[in-house]
Design a protein around this ligand. Structure first.
Ligand code: LLP
Length: 434
C-alpha cells in the first residue's frame, strides 16, 4: 500500500482515509461506496500548478475530467486554480453547472457532434481541439454564424510508442486520434485550418497514452513536437503560441508500480518543462504557453472503493472466490485492461494473510473480476474490503449493467465526509424507460 497522511492503517488495523475510518463510512453510507480523499486531489492540483509555474512559467494544468467527472470535482479543481479538459457535451454541461470558467476549458474528441460543437461555441469554451477536416469546416460555419473567432488546436500524432496497455496507447501510427506528423497529414491539416476565416489556430496538441511511467516517452514527445514547430516555422513561417502535451502520468495501483509520494509526481512536470525550455532555445522558437492535462494522477490515488463481502466460494484445490456487492458496473478496468489493484481487509488490515482469493463482482459474467491472486486473512461474509487507487476511470466508466445501481461518491477531508454524488435509486434506473 502507498501510505500517506490521509490514507493509512491505524493501530487497530482499520483503514483510514481523509481522517475517517473506512468502517464508519461503510456504516453511514453503505456499500459499495466510492470514497475520495479531497486533500489529496487538492494537493495534486497545487503541486502540479506550482511546479508548472516555477519550472516553466506561462502555462495551465487542465485536469482531464474524463478520469472522474461530477460537479464537485470541477468546483474543487477550479478552487485550486486548475483548468479542465472535457471530451463531451455531458462533461461541458457538468462543468458549466458547477460554475467552471469556460475559458479554462479545452474540448477534445475524435467525433464531436454538431450539438456538442454548438454548445462549446455558445458557452465560450476556451480551446477546441480539432481532429478532422470536416470538424474544422463545421466549426468554422458555426463560428461564422455566431460572429465568433474561436481559438483552436489541432490534435497531432507524434508517433511516440509508449509502454502501456494497447487500448490506452494513443500515439501509434494506426491510432484513431490525431493527424500523423510523419506522414505529412498534420501539416496539410494545419494549412487547411489556417485558411478558415473564423478559426484562430493557436497551436497543436498531442497525448501519447495513459499510465506511462517512462519519462523518456514524454521527453521524446516534447522533441518531436518542437521539431515539428521548427519545421512549420522554417517552411511556412508559422509560429504557434500554445502547445498542449496531454496527460498520461503513471500512478501506483499495486506491487510493481512505483510508489510515488505527492512531490514525486511533480517530476513528470519538471522533466517536460526542462526539456521544452531547452528545445525552444535550441530550435529558435517562441516559448509557447504550455498546457498539460493530467487526469489519472490527480484523482487516481485519491479514490478507495469499499465493498462488503458476500458469498465465498471455494473450488477445492482450484480457487477461492470472494463475491462482493460491486463489480464491473462500478469498476470495469480488470475486464477491459486486466488492470491490477490492491485489496485491503479494511477492518483487519494488520492480520496475516492466510489465503489466496479472487475478488469477483456480482454481474452475470465470468469476466466480472476486480482483482486476482489477492492474499487476505480468512474472510467471512459481511467483512469490509477496500480496493485502492480507484479514483480515476472507475466512477466515470461505471454503468448500470444488470441494472445494478452506480454507487454514490463521498468526499472525505479532515475527518469529515459528505456526498459528492448521491446514491442512485431503482426509480433513477427506470426514469427514461417508456
Ligand atoms: N488528454 C487527453 C487528450 C486524453 O485522451 C487523456 C486520456 C488525458 C489527457 C488524460 O490522461 P491521464 O493523465 O488520465 O492518463 N480508461 C482508461 C484511460 C483512458 C485515457 C484516455 N485519455 C483507463 O481506465 O486506464
Amino acid at each position: 500500500m502507498n501510505e500517506r497522511k490521509t490514507l493509512k492503517i491505524n493501530q487497530d488495523g482499520h483503514l483510514e482515509i481523509g481522517g475517517v475510518i473506512a468502517r464508519d463510512l461503510a456504516k453511514e453510507y453503505g456499500t459499495p461506496l466510492y470514497v475520495m480523499d479531497q486533500q489529496y486531489i487538492e494537493d495534486m492540483c497545487s503541486i502540479y500548478a506550482k511546479t508548472l509555474q516555477d519550472e516553466y512559467g506561462d502555462g495551465m494544468i487542465a485536469y482531464a475530467s474524463k478520469a472522474f467527472s461530477c460537479k464537485e470535482i470541477y468546483r474543487i479543481v477550479n478552487a485550486m486554480g486548475v483548468g479542465a479538459d472535457v471530451v463531451s457535451g455531458g462533461e461541458i454541461y457538468t462543468a458549466l453547472k458547477a460554475g467552471f470558467p469556460m475559458e479554462k476549458v479545452c474540448f477534445h474528441g475524435n467525433n464531436k457532434t454538431l450539438q456538442e460543437l454548438n454548445l462549446a461555441v455558445k458557452e465560450k469554451v476556451g480551446l477546441i481541439v480539432l481532429d478532422s477536416y470536416s470538424e474544422a469546416d463545421i466549426l468554422n460555419d458555426i463560428c461564422k454564424n455566431a460572429g465568433v473567432f474561436q481559438k483552436v488546436l489541432i490534435r497531432v500524432n507524434p508517433g511516440v510508442e509508449a509502454h502501456t496497455h494497447h487500448f490506452i496507447q494513443t500515439a501509434n501510427i494506426d491510432s484513431k486520434f490525431g493527424f500523423s506528423i510523419v506522414s505529412g497529414e498534420a501539416e496539410e491539416m494545419i494549412l487547411h485550418v489556417k485558411s478558415k476565416s473564423n478559426l484562430d489556430l493557436q497551436g497543436l496538441h498531442c497525448h501519447i497514452g495513459s499510465q506511462i511511467f517512462e519519462q523518456k516517452s514524454f521527453v521524446l514527445a516534447v522533441n518531436k513536437m518542437t521539431d515539428f514547430y521548427k519545421m512549420l516555422k522554417d517552411r511556412h513561417g508559422i509560429e504557434f503560441p500554445v502547445l498542449n502535451l496531454g496527460g498520461g502520468f503513471g500512478i501506483w495501483y499495486a506491487d510493481g508500480d512505483a510508489k510515488k509520494k505527492l512531490n514525486d509526481y511533480a517530476e513528470y512536470i519538471k522533466i517536460i518543462a526542462k526539456e521544452l525550455k531547452k528545445a525552444v532555445v535550441e530550435k529558435g522558437l517562441i516559448k509557447p504557453f504550455l498546457i498539460l492535462e493530467p487526469g489519472r494522477s490527480i484523482v487516481g490515488e485519491a479514490g478507495v472503493t469499499l465493498y462488503t463481502v458476500g458469498r465465498i466460494k471455494t473450488i477445492r484445490d482450484v480457487k477461492n472466490y470472494i463475491a462482493i456487492d460491486g463489480g464491473m458496473f462500478d469498476n470495469p478496468r480488470f475486464a477491459l485492461y486486466q488492470a491490477k489493484y490492491t485489496v485491503i481487509p479494511a477492518e483487519r488490515a494488520k492480520e496475516t494473510p492466510a489465503l489466496k482469493y479472487t475478488i469477483a463482482g456480482k454481474c452475470c459474467e465470468s469476466g466480472d473480476i476486480i482483482a486476482e491472486d489477492v492474499y487476505l486473512p480468512n474472510m467471512n461474509e459481511g467483512d469490509l474490503i477496500a480496493v485502492l487507487s480507484t479514483g480515476a476511470y472507475n466512477y466515470s466508466m461505471s454503468s448500470n449493467y444488470n441494472r445494478n445501481l452506480i454507487p454514490p461518491v463521498v468526499m472525505v477531508k479532515d475527518g469529515k465526509s459528505r456526498y459528492a454524488v448521491k446514491p442512485q435509486t431503482y426509480e433513477d434506473i427506470i426514469r427514461n424507460d417508456i
